[in-house]
Write a protein that binds this ligand. Structure first.
Ligand code: CTP
Length: 409
């Protein structure tokens, strides 16, 4: 049997990037031989094994054919006769379809090295279409390698367009899609992921609520970039520039969905878009089964981001309601994430990327003031149950009034 390193490990070594996990392909072996050498099978009837010591994945060379819709609809054929070239041709991109032996000799039948040098993400063969998840993968690689100058080949983008129009994307499971989306959002240029999905028509299928933002104008005074879709891309870009966590990036992507619902005659104003957007945010959250913290933050940022921007003008009572809605007493981190999402929203505007955002510290200060109100004196006065809650609220309101006045002077 011959063993080769394949896929991302080869690609990233040639790019001079750190290699995190290594995939191997084994040519000329049978399942029985692998088991005899101590490899552990990954699934009952899938020709992938884990190395007894390193735990790395070793796959028997295989060909694949699609036999139905979705990911389950696959038949594969693994046997000692399957060649390395046959295994490589079923893979997604030429830059992912190179193999290397233990002497670092490259097998590159589909010119992955040339495409690496020319910075092109190009599909290997029509077999690309057998897994619609690859539409998201290509967009993710475009986001990851954008800083190196990579672009999607026109013929690959065309194939992605056909796949998006075919209805195949709908067959993807929420779990597989979310894995790609969440990884893509954590790349340095997540806005490229959304842009590429839009360019091939996949965004309209996966997140029509986000796609609908493009072409919708906003008032130029607050939004020099005008277009709501471009604004969303900039907010996402800012969230990555500021190294924000996934929760914040997800909230940034979804914060303005309500703007896609504004009747044209009301443009460029978007009255109550914060509330109108909530059902759309909920729908996207549920479609991809986003983790609970991502879901929650996206809804809260959607509902309250304009409160964040108006923080310094809010009445003390409104400020208190905001803090209560976030449960800042028990969930301080979530309020901090809200604050930075608002800041990203303020900076994700053409020419305003460097603006200061005094609202952030003002909100942090308000949260500290409200949290600083002690319960003990109220208990000592004999308050308990719902009355204690009311008394606490009154004290917090008093403290916030003082805070607001001192901040204004
Ligand atoms: N692959 C594919 N189609 C998929 C998933 C994977 O063709 N839908 C192939 C590619 O050759 C890929 C390899 O399997 O390089 C390993 O896949 P994976 O580990 O998911 O990705 P990597 O390319 O290693 O990239 P990453 O750095 O993002 O993990």
């Amino acid at each position: 049997m011959q063993i080769y390193k394949v896929g991302g490990a080869v690609r990233d070594r040639l790019l001079g990037k750190p290699v995190t996990d290594i995939d191997w392909v084994v040519v000329g072996a049978t399942t029985e031989e692998m088991l005899a050498k101590g490899f552990r099978p990954v699934g009952a009837d899938f020709p992938v094994f884990l190395h007894p010591k390193s735990g790395e994945e070793y796959a028997l060379a295989r060909t694949e054919r699609k036999s139905g819709r979705g990911y389950g609809g696959f038949t594969f054929h693994a046997s000692p006769e399957v060649t390395l070239e046959e295994d490589l041709i079923r893979r997604d991109l030429t830059i992912n379809a190179m193999a290397e032996d233990d002497q670092q000799n490259l097998t590159d039948p589909y010119h992955g090295q040339r495409d690496l040098e020319e910075r092109i993400l190009r599909h290997v063969s029509p077999a690309f279409a057998e897994d619609p998840l690859r539409v998201l993968r290509v967009a993710r690689f475009a986001a990851r390698y954008a800083e190196l100058g990579f672009n999607v080949a026109p013929e690959t983008l065309e194939l992605m367009r056909q796949l998006s129009e075919s209805g195949e994307l709908e067959a993807l499971t929420a779990e597989r899609s979310w894995k790609e989306i969440s990884r893509a959002l954590m790349e340095d240029q997540p806005q490229v992921f959304i842009q590429v999905l839009r360019d091939c028509g996949a965004l309209k299928v996966l997140m029509p609520e986000v796609d609908a933002l493009f072409g919708v104008p906003q008032p130029e005074a607050h939004h020099p970039e005008i277009d709501s879709g471009l604004h969303t891309l900039s907010v996402l870009e800012q969230s990555a520039l500021h190294k924000q966590p996934l929760t914040v990036r997800w909230a940034c992507l979804l914060h303005d969905l309500g703007k896609g619902l504004t009747p044209e005659e009301e443009w460029p104003r978007h009255i109550a878009h914060e509330h109108k957007g909530l059902k759309l945010i909920k729908a996207v959250n549920e479609r991809f089964k986003a983790p609970k913290d991502c879901q929650e933050l996206a809804l809260l940022v959607g509902q309250y981001h304009t409160h964040g921007h108006r923080a310094l003008e809010l009445k003390a009572s409104t400020l208190l309601e905001l803090l209560q809605s976030f449960d800042v007493y028990r969930r301080p981190q979530r309020f901090e994430e809200f604050i930075v999402a608002c800041e990203m929203d303020a900076r994700g505007r053409k020419g305003l990327e460097q603006r200061s955002y005094p609202q952030a510290d003002y909100l942090r200060g308000a949260a500290n003031v409200a949290r600083g109100v002690a319960v003990q004196p109220l208990l000592e006065k004999g308050f308990k149950g719902p009355e204690l809650g009311e008394a606490l609220k009154r004290e917090r309101l008093k403290a916030l009034k003082v805070y607001k006045e001192s901040a204004a002077s």
